[in-house]
Design a protein around this ligand. Structure first.
Ligand code: 13P
Ligand code: SF4
Length: 329
């Protein structure tokens, strides 16, 4: 039964007060029924919702139990004891949760939610790299399929890439698939990095000229960039880090004006709690992340569809690459 706007506002006054800056009242009314149904389903099914920082505010603040970057979500996944885990994020994130929780039911609200980086490399291409560079270890960014991870020595995320590369204690590593992340790590380490040619279709759009122009137009603007941006863009930034690193930087420095060079929902989610900071800049949405909606989360909890499965033959090797990362970081 539809809930009146007044009823929904009364019932969730505290939550809506936090979100009113980023969700208009009319839109909120459409969300309330799903939020209530999801909260009930979580209890009934002993389920938890992990949500990436790029989820929209009604998911991030409204139904998620644990939020974070890829590293934090992998770490939390490794500790989970819930029967059912919903990964509100893209496919590679849900696969990582399943690798670390083979006995839990892992659900992804939309199995077509991919990632341009994950799609930029295949297991065969990793094998060809190994042939070309024998004895050079392969570090895979977490934004890859489980099948690619199974061919690699160790995984990394944007939050620990330099540390993982250096943990291997070798002069040279292959880093797949994100060319920009590899080049950004290379500027901060003595380890020689052999990059792949993958790009994030969102972060590659930010340009160093735009950053300069924004700074000219907005004095005292702080600029922070995700390391999937080009090295030229990262060089213009006051800080570069994972999505959690960026959130922590804003919470600690409390800048008056900040431009976040990353996916659009990050600014929305941060502005809910960082009331003294104004968020500027281009709002670029990741089309894959935006496939995850409250309705689809509710549907997977109700029906149990879209369970993530990892083929038996790659499970152990892919899991080892992720576990090695967690141990090393
Ligand atoms: P984080 O691990 O920094 O959250 O990044 C994941 C991602 O897909 C960024 O585009
Ligand atoms: Fe992949 Fe880029 Fe989307 Fe992150 S923002 S999921 S790297 S396409």
């Amino acid at each position: 039964m539809p809930i009146s706007l007044q009823d929904s506002l009364d019932k969730h006054t505290g939550l809506y007060k936090r979100l009113e800056k980023v969700i208009p009242q009319k839109v909120w009314q459409e969300f309330v029924e799903d939020i209530e149904a999801i909260q009930k389903l979580k209890k009934e099914k002993n389920a938890v919702i992990l949500a990436h920082n790029y989820m929209t505010p009604e998911i991030f603040h409204g139904v998620a139990d644990i939020v974070g970057d890829s590293l934090a979500l992998a770490r939390e996944a490794a500790k989970m004891e819930s029967e059912v885990i919903v990964m509100a994020g893209v496919q590679f994130m849900a696969e990582t949760v399943k690798l670390l929780n083979p006995d839990s039911v892992v659900l992804i609200p939309d199995p077509t939610a991919g990632c341009s980086l994950a799609e930029s490399i295949t297991p065969e291409e990793v094998r060809a790299l190994r042939k070309k560079y024998p004895d050079v270890p392969v570090v895979t960014y977490v934004n890859t399929s489980a099948a690619v991870k199974a061919e690699c020595d160790i995984c990394c995320t944007s939050g620990n890439a330099k540390k993982i590369v250096e943990s291997l204690g070798v002069p040279e590593v292959i880093m797949v698939p994100d060319e920009f992340l590899a080049l950004n790590v290379a500027t901060n380490t003595d380890v020689k990095i052999i990059p792949w040619r993958g790009r994030c279709e969102v972060h590659e759009k930010f340009a160093a000229d735009d950053v300069q122009q924004m700074r000219q137009e907005n004095p005292n603007l702080s600029v922070i960039a995700h390391p999937e941006c080009s090295p030229e863009v990262v060089a213009q930034a006051d800080f570069s880090g994972s999505t959690v690193g960026m959130s922590e930087w804003v919470a600690k420095k409390k800048p008056g004006k900040v431009m976040l060079l990353t996916e659009a929902s990050m600014s929305d989610n941060l502005s809910v709690d960082q009331r003294g900071t104004a968020f500027f800049g281009p709002a670029l949405a990741c089309p894959h992340m935006k496939k995850i909606t409250l309705k689809k989360i509710r549907e997977v909890l109700e029906t149990g569809v879209h369970q993530v499965e990892i083929p038996h033959e790659i499970m152990a090797s892919a899991r080892r690459a992720v576990e090695r990362m967690i141990e090393a970081s």
